[in-house]
Every structure is written in C-alpha cells, then in structure tokens.
Design a protein around this ligand. Structure first.
Ligand SMILES: Nc1ncnc2c1ncn2[C@@H]1O[C@H](COP(=O)(O)OP(=O)(O)O)[C@@H](O)[C@H]1O
Ligand SMILES: [Mg+2]
Length: 259
C-alpha cells in the first residue's frame, strides 16, 4: 500500500472525514505552489474543525424541535411596523440570556410571534446553547399527566435544564387546574435562573381565564414580567398577504371562507 493510501486509511480510522475529503486538493495545492507543511496541515485541520462546528450546529437546531426554520433575515419588518427592528436585533445578540430576561410576544394569529420566537431560538441553538421549543398545550398535557402520577417535580426539572425554553401559543385553549399549577412551578423555577420565551394571543389581563384561576395567573405573570421584554404586535396577519391573489376574484372561487 502506498503511503498516501495508508494516510487515507489513518484519517478514516480517526474519523477525520472532512480531512480525508479535502486531502487530495490540499496535497495538489501544496505540491504546485510549494506550500509549507504547517500551512497545509492548518488548512486540513481547519476544514475538519469547521465541518464539525457546522454539524454540531445543525444537530443542535434539529434537537431543539422548532416548528419550522425561519430566521431574522426571513422576517419582513416593513409588513409589521408595530415591531421595532432594533429591539428584535438586540434580542438576536442573545444578551437576554446573560440577564435572564424573559421575552413575551403578544398578538393575534399570524402576526409573526412564532416566527420571531423561533428566529431567536435558532440563533441560540446555532451557538450551541441548549434550547427547546414546545407548544403550550403539549406542555400542559405533560403537566396534567404528571400531576396524576405525582411527578410534577420531575417535569419541572426536565424543562429547567434548557438554557432557553420557548413556550408557544399560550391562550388558545383553556388549561387544566393541576397543569396550571405545574406551569407556575416551572416559571417560578426558571425565574432569575434561565430565560423563557413565550408567545400568546391573550393580553395578561385575560390570563385569569386562560389558567382558570386569577391567583395562579397573577403569580405566573408576576414572575414572568419582573425581568421581561414584552413585544406587542398589532397588525395584519402575514397569512392574509398570501390571500391577496384572491381579492379580485368572485367569492365562490376563493378559499377565504375556509380560514
Ligand atoms: N413580517 C413577516 N415577514 C415574513 N414572514 C412572516 C411575517 N410574519 C409572519 N410571517 C410568516 O407567516 C406565517 C405565520 O407567522 P407565525 O409567526 O407562525 O404567526 P403567529 O403570530 O400566529 O405565531 C409563518 O410562516 C411566518 O414565517
Ligand atoms: Mg404561532
């Protein structure tokens, strides 16, 4: 076996797949341009390091369970003038993680709450910060079940471990009492410890109805808003934008009524 082939085998054995891939190019370049050995080794190792960082980033994004991949760049701020671009840009710096500041997006359906919460979450996950996205109804289902099985504390502990926790769609469905108390415990445990990002279609004044208990709702809001950026989005649903193509058509041929 030639030394080149042995080298290739060694790289494979050491699981240095990116170095293995770029080796022929680096060797050609080195021979043609008289590149010093250190520089060639640097190029090889840099390629492997970059590849691994990119792979780790992708895995982190995947395991964070985002509903879709949407970023800051994908957001059309001109469509939603009630949102200050600079405020979101500041959140994208992830400074809120250091200051343990919560973020609450409030607004009606389709205004970009989930999009922006996801964009911030993707930025955190890209930087390999442990991040998790969960739908509120799903979380409440977990707390309801846990309450029956006397293991609410375990569920709280589980969701406490994520540096950034995103809870989406508070307020679309009423909440079971035991689940509401579990949620309070989670928010209380994360308070001044780790930031939580929430989206809701209900103003805080309506949370008593959402949680079926004004005392619990107040206790939750109290801890949430102490260190919190509240972003109220008042505008048209972005989903309506897509419907513009139907606007000039007779009613019977449109899909509008199904929304
Ligand atoms: N200003 C915007 N620019 C670009 N896409 C947007 C904007 N607002 C909403 N969207 C898109 O519209 C859809 C609905 O937005 P979403 O954030 O899910 O709404 P909601 O406020 O109900 O959570 C998503 O596909 C989202 O990416
Ligand atoms: Mg949403």
């Amino acid at each position: 076996m030639t030394s080149f082939n042995i080298l290739r085998n060694n790289l494979e054995e050491l699981s240095l797949s990116k170095m293995l891939e770029v080796l022929p190019n680096v060797m050609d370049n080195s021979a043609k341009n008289n590149i010093p050995l250190t520089d060639s080794l640097l190029e090889l190792t840099n390629a492997e390091i970059e590849f691994r960082a990119e792979r780790a980033k992708k895995i982190n994004i995947m395991t964070s369970h985002f509903p879709y991949i949407k970023t800051f760049k994908d957001f059309d701020f001109s469509y939603q003038p009630s949102i200050k671009r600079e405020q979101i840009a500041d959140l994208m710096t992830l400074r809120f993680i250091e200051t343990k500041t919560n973020i609450v997006f409030v607004g009606t359906s389709g205004v970009g709450k989930t999009h922006l919460a996801t964009a911030i979450g993707i930025e955190a996950a890209s930087q390999r910060i442990s991040t998790y996205f969960i739908n509120f109804a799903k979380l409440m289902e977990k707390f309801k079940q846990a309450a029956k099985e006397n293991r609410v504390e375990q569920v709280v502990k589980h969701y406490l471990k994520y540096t950034v926790l995103i809870i989406d769609e508070i307020g679309y469905l009423p909440v079971d009492k035991a689940a509401a108390y579990g949620f309070f415990q989670l928010i209380a445990a994360r308070y001044e410890f780790r930031p939580t990002i929430l989206t809701t279609n209900q103003a805080f004044s309506k949370w008593g109805d959402v949680f079926g208990d004004a005392v619990i709702a107040n206790a939750i809001i109290d801890r949430l808003v102490h260190h919190c950026e509240i972003i109220k989005i008042a505008g048209r649903s972005y989903r309506v934008k897509d419907r513009k193509i139907f606007e000039d058509e007779p009613e019977s041929t449109t899909q509008i009524s199904s929304y």
